[in-house]
Ligand binder design. Sequence first.
Ligand code: KIV
Length: 261
Amino acid sequence: MSKRIDSWTSAKLRGEKRVLVTAYDYPFARLAEEAGIDGVLVGDSLGMVVQGHRDTLQVTLEQMAYHTEMVARACSHTLVFADLPLGSYEESPAQCWRSASTLLRAGAEVIKWEGGLEFREHLEFCAARGLNVCVHLGLTPQRLRQWGGFQRQGTTPEAADRLAKEALTLAQSGARFLLLEAVPADLAAQISAESPIPVIGIGAGPSTDAQVLVLHDVLGFGKAPPFARAFVDGADLLRRGLADYAQAVREQHFPTATRKR
Ligand code: KIV
């Protein structure tokens, strides 16, 4: 058992919030660590925010491993989570274990996949071999095309009840973390209160044990979903830096003959 992961469970018991952000490369993972972020998630959201696709379905296991290596190199004490992409785990517990091993070798400490009880066997198989699993429930972007778009989950009493029971069963089946995306705040609060393991929320209200956001949403790049918040206008800041550089070259202020430092 990892002491670092146990510390997240102790933080939950003390009511201390933990903070995660996604990261896809070395410089931003290093900034996250320097900023005191507790965990970074190498999310398959990289398909959208880094590769420019309209969803996460194009991302491959090899790409996830490549990005996880870069992120892990930057993190000395920040917990590194990595996503199993579509098609890399669903077939069987053995396939799931093999793909998870690829991401562990790349430097991840916690492996996340989308889906609950349909992968219970996978969870038990991997947990019995010591894998730290984070189960992603609620809105699972890899299944968006089946659902016909981004839709909040657990919104009827029956669906909420099903999700709450599923979360508890998964926690009892060896998961180390639950991640709830786009579920009602009161349902997320109930699941967090009942769960023995830390619950990470995104678009799930303020009561989960931890929060995660996509890096590009926090930093103000592009259009963020309504539940996110940009804490800086990063796009404007960087655009201005690039425009200043272009202007300095065109007006021959840069480079200077003697380098000033
Ligand atoms: O891929 C991702 O970044 C995620 C988060 C949105 C939770 O799964």
